[in-house]
Design a protein around this ligand. Sequence first.
Ligand code: DGY
Length: 312
Amino acid sequence: MTPSLLQIGRLAPELEAELAATFPVHLLAKEADVPAFLERHGSTFNGAVTSARVGMDATLIDALPNLKVVSSFGVGYELLDVDALKRRGIVASNTPDVLNDCVADVAFGLVIDAARGMSAADRFVRRGDWLNGAFPLQTQVARKRLGILGLGRIGQAIARRSSGFEMDVRYHSRNPVQDVPWQHEPSLTALAEWCDFLVVAVAGGPSTRHLVSADVLAALGPKGFLINIARGTVVDEAALVTALTDKRLGGAGLDVFEFEPRVPQALMTLDNVVLLPHIASGTFETRKAMGDLVISNLKHYFADGQLQTPIA
Ligand code: DGY
């Protein structure tokens, strides 16, 4: 099969250049009238490239009658309509594993920053407040309790990082994970009651929406910290804003938001929350490895019909 690819949204310039040097590819994002373009040319594409940020909905999938393969940049794929793809027998890949370390590093960075108030202390110095007195005491990380929601590859990388901090680790997931040294907690609320830091590392999508509810935040309590490097939708963001504002939660470190890139205005003025613009996988090395995987999945597919990292 001769490849003919449709690129749905923009990617990093280096990846776009490499993609275009490897395959015939058309960038849909540049079309002013997308429906008219698809009506006229939709049948010419047998492959598509998208990303975790952009995804692909059923309307777009239906507009590509000869689509056979989708290669998506990023590990999350809740914006990709997998059911619509399956109905048509279209296969899809994502870019797992290569980002585990980078995402786990940011999760741990957020644990330390939220507990020790490092970003707030930086603002304190820049404002010149140090001249008027010392920065308030904060919370220790070493030997505290780390709770992880979702013990997939990223959750396990986070758990491994905790050993240098001599932390006690437990996790909650739908089913216990085999052959890991950490204790499974059958209820998320019980995990939140037990831990000092609750790190969200579960996939997004309808099945995990608002798993971290007002009740879970109440169980975490005024000394507890919530860290989210997964998807904003997993947390009831309105409940989180209220808990942080009322100091019913110790603090939070957030790389993702429910309606990103929009961040609730109320969080902007709070010092008990660290806000990051979804950067967990954002290093030169990791983004290059993700891009390489997008391309090698397509090369494999067009060579022998097999994807390297298929979405199950
Ligand atoms: C991912 O790969 O899913 C990251 O969150 C970037 O979107």
